[in-house]
Design a protein around this ligand. Structure first.
Ligand SMILES: *Cc1c(COP(=O)(O)O)cnc(C)c1O
Length: 381
């Protein structure tokens, strides 16, 4: 999917820092996801972990079946802002939260037999209960994002299966992918069926988790649809769920920053009003290099700068970028693809202001939907 951003049409209006989600781009992703759902027969839920943007919830509602939540707060958020169903999975539920979680959730997925046994009596009859299983197959590129890595706490392994405790369980869940293609799902599905296939006919639903990079250019949508159709055919039309997060927010907008100062220490260094550490933490955690509109690699264009944040963390650095013209104080820089896994992870570290949340509407208007100030820092410290 090649997407055309229109952010430059409103760049003058943007007060930085701001995360700007483009409604038209989000809708393109949602349309593709809906097509997958319709053609495969699967239901698709938005994983709030990667993309929780309440101002755009009604748009998401038009295309997806609901939200996947990782605990009480996400379940409350899904219930408050979205219309569809709520599926909750948490590595461990707390006693004082479980009643509310049950009341909010259409599906409730447990991570261990301990947890299932502990909450079974409360949950049965009120929500459809499932278990997260560990297929022990994953080609996830980084251990930080690999739920099937050695000693993973996420999901029950075949070795820990307790076949006598399955009564009341209506669904099985696995989540083993990260930014991956349909062929990676095929591998995981094979591992899942080898280990747990005999249980599938007893279930009402199977949840294939997230990490399907469905909206990325070059993703093999036809293969995904064929895999799901084949699976459903083999298991009597069983209901399949997908719960992508990243694929919903993928390339739907940017983080817009301004140059606050330019200093020199062996090279030119621009200080921006956004922070890699606080506002785009995956660039340091994964790590990966963010793309900047119009900027190139080191040596590609004539004017080179190291870009850094306004915090006092020495490593708060986005990287070295080259530009066609010298940067000036006040220039705006557009960091590409900064909507998923940024807003949901950002912090008020070092008292730095959180970027506004803004939407570029389909009609071309620019709307700031949330603003943050000193209060955010005060409340959290
Ligand atoms: C993170 C997560 C997702 C979403 O993953 P993406 O990579 O954002 O698609 C779905 N399900 C579970 C259980 C998760 O932990």
């Amino acid at each position: 999917m090649v997407k055309i951003s229109k952010i430059e049409t409103v760049i003058e209006k943007i007060q930085t820092p701001a995360y700007v989600c483009e409604e038209a781009l989000l809708e393109e992703n949602l349309k593709r996801l809906k097509e997958v759902a319709e053609r495969s027969g699967a239901a698709i839920l938005l994983a709030l972990k990667g993309f929780a943007f309440k101002a755009l919830a009604s748009l998401v509602d038009k295309y997806l079946s609901g939200c996947t939540c990782s605990g009480l707060h996400e379940a409350k958020f899904a219930h408050e802002f979205f219309k569809g169903s709520v599926c909750t999975y948490s590595p461990a539920y707390k006693e004082e939260e479980i009643d509310e979680v049950i009341a909010l959730s259409d599906h409730l997925i447990f991570n261990s037999f301990n947890q299932w046994e502990k909450y079974k009596a409360k949950a049965l009859g009120k929500t459809s209960c499932g278990l997260r299983l560990n297929p022990e197959v994953s080609s996830s590129p980084v251990d930080l994002y690999n739920p099937c890595a050695l000693y993973s706490r996420l999901g029950i392994t075949k070795e820990n299966m307790q076949y006598d405790k399955l009564e009341g369980i209506e669904g099985l869940h696995f989540h083993a992918l990260c930014e991956q293609d349909a062929s990676a799902l095929e591998e995981v599905l094979k591992g899942f069926e080898e280990r747990f296939g005999e249980l599938i006919p007893r279930m009402k639903w199977i949840n294939f988790g997230g990490g399907h990079h469905i909206t990325r250019e070059g993703y093999d949508v036809e293969k995904l649809i064929a895999l799901i159709q084949d699976f459903r055919k083999r298991y009597n039309g069983i209901t399949v769920y997908l719960e992508p997060g990243e694929a919903v927010g993928w390339q739907t907008g940017s983080l817009v920053a301004s140059v606050l100062d330019i200093v020199h220490n062996g090279m030119d260094i621009a200080i921006l009003d956004i922070s890699a550490e606080a506002h785009m933490p995956d660039t340091l955690a994964m790590p990966y290099r963010a793309m900047i509109r119009g900027a190139g690699e080191v040596g590609e264009k004539p004017y080179m700068y190291r870009l850094g944040g306004p915090t006092c963390l020495a490593g708060d650095i986005m990287g070295d970028y080259s530009f066609d013209a010298p940067l000036r104080i006040g220039d705006k820089l557009i960091f590409e693809d900064m909507i998923h896994y940024t807003i949901v992870k950002n912090t008020t570290f070092n008292g730095v202001k959180l970027p506004d949340l803004a939407v570029l509407r389909k009609d071309g208007s620019y709307e700031v939907v949330s603003q943050f100030g000193y209060d955010e820092y005060k409340r959290r410290n």
